[in-house]
Each structure stands twice: as C-alpha cells, then as structure tokens.
Ligand binder design. Structure first.
Ligand SMILES: Cc1ncc(COP(=O)(O)O)c(C=O)c1O
Length: 430
C-alpha cells in the first residue's frame, strides 16, 4: 500500500468526516488486524459471508460455559440463563427482526436443515402440481435441497425444479418474469430474499401474493436478508422462511439458524412434520409419553434439544439488533452502500469492473457485487486486496467479487479503502 495520491476516488478526509457524522457501532465488535501495515484494522466487506464477532459474545458465552462448570446437570433449571427454556430467549428478538409474531419464529439447526424440515411440511406435490420454482443462481445448497426433496417424492428433479434465469444480457431477475412462471403446476416457490451472488433484493410481498394467487406455497431463504433489510414476514403472508445467523447476524461460523412459519399454519393438524422430543409442548416433554403434543407455534418444528453454547452467540447478537433496531441500521446501510457505489463509479470506467447489483436501493441490501474481467479471477483479486491493502472482500469464482459494507461496524473509510485498492490493483484497459 502506498501513500494516497490526489487523483484517487473521493478523498480520505471526506470519508473520515462521514464516519464522524454517521458512526455505526464498530466499537462493539472485534475487527481483525490488517496485514498491510498501513491501517491497524482490516476494511471488512465479508459480513455477507461471515459477520464479525461482537465483543459481548465472548463474555456471555463464557458465562454460559461457567454455569455448566458450576452446576452440571442442574444448569438445565438453575443456570444464569437456564438451558431448558434457553431457546425462548431468542424467539422475541428473532421475531422482531423478521417482522413475525413470537409464535411464528424459532431458532434451531442450520439453514439447509431448516429448509428441509419446512419442505417436509410445505412441499406436498400432487400429480398436477409438483414443480418447485427457484432462481437459476440460487445458492447451491438450496438447489441440492429442492432436487433431493423432488427425488424423495419419487419425482425427476430435472422435471420438477424450475430454474428462473435473468433475461439475456441481464444479471438480475425481473419481478414480472418471476410472476409469469407462477403457473398452476407450481407447488412451491423457494427464492432467496436477497440473492447471494448479485445482491438483488426480491420483491417478497408481490411474489408471495402472486404465488398464493397461483395456488402455490411460498417460502423464502433469507440467508442474505436477515439482519440486512427490514422484513415483515407476517404481514407479507409468507408461508415459511429460514435464515442463517453467521452472516449479517454475526453469530459465528455455522451458527444456529432461524425458521418462520406463518400463524395460519400453526396448529393445523393436516400439516406433516418430522418430530422429536423438542417438538412436543414444553409442559409435556418430561411425561415421557409415546406421542407428542406439539404446540401451536413454530417450536413444534424443533426436533432435538438445542446446543446451548451455539445458541449463546445468537442470543447476544439478536439482543444487539433489538437494541439498535433494523430500521435504523437499514438507513445507515443505504447511505453507506450509496457511498461505496459512488466511489466505485469513479473507478469502474475503463477498467474490467462492472457492478451487477441493482442501482435502486430498494432492490438491494448492503452488498454490491462486481463482475470482474482481466487476467485475474475474483479469488486472485480478493487475495491481493487482502495482502496488500487489508481489504477483505468475498470472491465467488470465477468472476464475482462481493463487497458488503455492514451498517453495524463498517466505516465510510473502509469504502474509501476498497475503492482506492481496486483503482490501484485493476489496471485501466480502455
Ligand atoms: C443463500 C444461502 N442458502 C443456503 C446456504 C447454506 O447454509 P447452511 O450451510 O447454513 O445450511 C447459504 C450459505 O452461505 C446461503 O448463502
């Protein structure tokens, strides 16, 4: 990294001024040190892949661990935060985050597992209605999940799974094109709320309503939406949804995931579920009866007793979201991403770099995705950004670089560093 020069995008001083006027909550997070030797911390843009650790996570996880040391099995009832009802501590904040009623939400398992458990309930193909609509650029895990669900029902996945592609020459899906494919053969629509590759925020209420009109069940993978954009799952009448907690929810690698089931499905005896002892009403759990008595809440989708030390970081993080508020975060996010976008607009002309995320802030979250040309793959470019500039970007090979300024902890100065690094590393070609 060299001394900044005057012809670089924006000015460093301006980015500092913006940080002063519009600070986030970086002081609450551990930001890794930078290897470039110029700035103390990295400019972290990979919160859409793995969010940073809140400082409180360590302290609170240690408290939970210490209850185990002090109490052994008695911790189920006597721990500082008793383990038996521990998951209930997460339900309220998770529900507020996604715009749900508490009874509609539960934190459990991991994302793809939750999608499977929810599809057991909500993908019930018939001879005439059996298709599952996903994006062609769905995250591979979703693609594998729906294909395996089709096979599980004795169907040919190539026939059952419809993959929606953007129009030729376009990177994002048009809502009208999604709606046009919601025909009477569709049993399930399962899309990403924010697409992992392009960063496109889908029109969740419009697509959900149209799916229902077509007679389909509509579920959403909110991995890149939860903690990134405000959601109103209950009011939007979404049937089910699932999300992970390791991206914008900063709960650590492989953290426990969330699940949502709309109130109108709760307590419906015709809905099938895979059950275990955590599916039964809490008051009946230790009656050791052969049959479960599931509650009329999303808790009924739980199977096993939850891993407390994995729940702890999710609880800490959700409390933080509860305190700051997703609405406030979204406002800062829009300002931060617009700033990065403006800086990139100074850098991309003449360079093999193209932003493929929608320009409309209402059609995207924090993330901007860049398609890169030239000699380097996205992974190679990300390596140089890290080693020479302390800029942590996320690569999706071969040619997409994702930059997500995260409103809780990213700085305007981080955006300036990323744009400047790209300007130095990617040569002008035209
Ligand atoms: C959109 C999306 N869906 C599914 C997954 C898979 O999640 P998990 O491994 O937690 O099941 C990811 C992981 O990054 C993702 O981004």
């Amino acid at each position: 990294m060299t001394q900044p020069s005057p012809e670089e995008p924006g000015s460093e001083a301006e980015s500092f001024a913006r940080d002063k006027a519009d600070p986030g909550h970086r002081e609450l997070f551990d930001v890794p040190p930078s290897e470039d030797g110029y700035y103390p911390d990295v400019a972290y843009f990979a919160g859409n892949s793995l969010g940073l650790r809140p400082k409180a996570t360590r302290t609170e996880l240690l408290e939970d661990l210490d209850s185990w040391a002090a109490l052994g099995v008695e911790g189920h009832l006597e721990a500082t935060r008793p383990w038996l009802p521990y998951h209930e501590l997460l339900t309220g904040p998770a529900a507020r985050l996604v715009g749900a009623l508490p009874g509609e939400t539960v934190v459990m398992n991991s994302l793809t597992v939750n999608l499977h458990l929810l599809m057991v309930s909500f993908y019930r193909p018939t001879a005439d209605r059996f298709r599952i609509v996903i994006e062609d650029s769905a995250f591979p895990s979703d693609s594998y999940a729906v294909r395996s669900q089709a096979r599980f029902h004795g169907l040919d996945p190539d026939d059952a799974v419809v993959r929606l592609k953007p129009r030729d020459g376009e990177d994002c899906l048009r809502t009208t094109d999604v709606l046009a494919r919601l025909t009477p053969d569709v049993a399930l629509v399962l899309l990403g709320g924010v697409n992992y590759l392009t960063g496109q925020l889908m029109d969740i209420p419009t697509i959900t309503a149209a799916g229902h009109e077509a007679g389909a069940v509509v579920g959403w993978d909110l991995a890149h939406a939860a903690g990134n954009v405000p959601l109103s799952l209950h009011d939007w009448d979404v049937d089910f949804a699932a999300w992970c907690s390791y991206k914008y929810l900063n709960s650590g690698p492989g953290a426990l995931a969330g699940a949502f089931v709309h109130e109108r499905h709760l307590g419906d005896p015709s809905i099938q579920r895979f059950e275990g002892w955590w599916s039964t009403e809490a008051s009946t759990r230790f009656q050791m009866a052969p049959e479960s008595r599931p509650p009329a809440s999303a808790d009924a989708w739980q199977v096993s007793n939850p891993p407390i030390f994995s729940m702890s970081p999710v609880r800490t993080s959700l409390e933080l979201f509860d305190k700051v508020g997703i609405g406030v975060l979204r406002e800062r996010s829009i300002r931060l991403t617009a700033y990065l976008e403006a800086l990139l607009a100074e850098v991309t002309p003449g360079r093999p770099l193209q932003v493929i995320t929608p320009t409309d802030p209402l059609q995207r979250g924090a993330q901007l995705s860049l398609r890169i040309g030239g000699d380097r793959t996205a992974g190679e470019l990300a390596k140089v950004l890290r080693s020479s500039y302390g800029v942590i970007a996320d690569a999706r090979e071969p040619d997409v670089l994702r930059l997500a300024p995260v409103p809780l902890y990213s700085l305007y100065h981080d955006c300036w560093r990323a744009a400047r690094a790209l300007a130095e590393v990617v040569p002008v070609t035209t």
